[in-house]
Design a protein around this ligand. Structure first.
Ligand SMILES: *Cc1c(COP(=O)(O)O)cnc(C)c1O
Length: 352
């Protein structure tokens, strides 16, 4: 199978992350995050986000980052407002609810994977009695599960709605780099300057071996968070392997260059799809993912030809994700395979 487009976590480690990882492997270092690499990585994140006071933690994956961040903002009787397609709702096996001892997710709507700001008001106003879990947090995904991005002004508007109701703002930034590169704005403008208080900052999908960072822009919210990480099994004793790659990728804006490359490959793929009759793009392509409506017979043919991809969002939807490692030739090979699959299924009605 070719896994090039199945996700951006099918690619290997980018050279800069690997180089830092190997450097960190030399010699003995302090454990549990007391090492110089971890100190440097947290500093690099503070610098990148132009926020000298941010509190930074490193965990193994995005589910942990989101779950623990949300749990730290909530009591068990609270609720979290998110988009109905949010990863926290659909892909974390109830992790946020589990780690917060029962906090409920309230699902809002909005086109193209983006939470509609009025949905915050609707979900808050729906109930105010003691029999319903009290809304406490809004979480939004950047870039979204549909491959779109929130502009800084949209994040600020969502934050304003949240603040009006006394809610905290969390951002699931599994693909924050792609959003940042797509918008060409600073990481600060897209996070704390737009009202985000806690950010799950994705590392894995941008080219690190493993790991995400949790960035608290308000230190009053990170009190005792280290204990929460430890209890959840997320305190790595050899923390430097989670942290050092950040030092490598944050240098000279390398992470954003990789993200911009992945975005450009997705744009190339989308352009190619537009040239193929019968294929329809389902969402605007604004980051590194392309969602296309492709006949289910063609999809099955593509799979049989050895291309791995996610087929979801109802019948006919297929997702293709590009990474730092995607090459233009890979995109063109996929497009060629799609054209062939279409011709074959058209020529042979017996193909199911
Ligand atoms: C990939 C992803 C995550 C993190 O998932 P893990 O598999 O737990 O690392 C979180 N949010 C979104 C939107 C993602 O795409």
């Amino acid at each position: 199978m070719r896994y090039d487009f199945a996700s951006d976590n099918t690619a290997g480690i980018c050279p800069e992350a690997l180089d830092a990882f190997l450097q960190a492997n030399a010699g003995c270092h302090a454990s549990y995050g007391q090492d110089d690499w971890t100190v440097q990585a947290a500093d690099a994140i503070r610098q990148t986000f132009e926020h000298p006071d941010a509190d930074v933690f490193f965990v193994f994956n995005g589910t942990a980052a989101n779950s623990l961040a949300l749990a730290s903002l909530c009591q068990s009787y609270h609720s979290v407002i998110c988009h109905e397609q949010a990863h926290v709702e659909t892909d974390e096996c109830g992790g946020p609810e589990f780690f917060s001892n029962g906090t409920k997710l309230l699902l809002g709507r909005g086109p193209n994977g983006k939470l509609w700001p009025d949905e915050i008001d609707r979900l808050v106003a729906r109930r105010s009695d003691i029999h319903y879990p009290k809304p406490k947090v809004v979480t939004i995904t950047q870039s979204t599960e549909s491959g779109t991005v929130y502009a800084p002004s949209e994040v600020a508007e969502l934050s304003a709605h949240a603040r009006r109701h006394g809610l905290h703002v969390h951002m699931d930034g599994a693909r924050f780099a792609n959003a940042c590169a797509s918008l060409g704005c600073s990481p600060a403008a897209l996070s704390w300057q737009a009202g985000v208080e806690v950010l799950s900052l994705g590392g894995t999908k941008l080219g690190m071996p493993v790991g995400e960072a949790i960035v608290f822009f308000d230190r009053s919210l990170s009190e005792d968070f280290a204990y929460r990480c430890k209890q959840a099994g997320q305190l790595a004793s050899k923390m430097r392997y989670l942290s050092a790659p950040w030092v490598g990728v944050l240098k000279d804006g390398i992470w954003l260059r990789h993200a911009a490359h992945a975005n450009a490959m997705a744009t190339r793929l989308a352009e190619g799809f537009r040239q193929i009759p019968g294929i329809e793009l389902l969402f605007p392509v604004e980051a590194n993912a392309v969602f296309a409506r492709i006949d289910s017979r063609v999809q099955r043919r593509l799979s049989a030809m050895g291309w791995a991809f996610y087929g979801f969002i109802n019948e006919g939807g297929a997702r293709f994700v590009c990474s730092w490692a995607t090459q233009a030739d890979d995109v063109d090979a996929l497009l060629q395979a799609v054209r062939e699959a279409i011709i074959e299924t058209m020529a042979d009605p017996s193909i199911r």
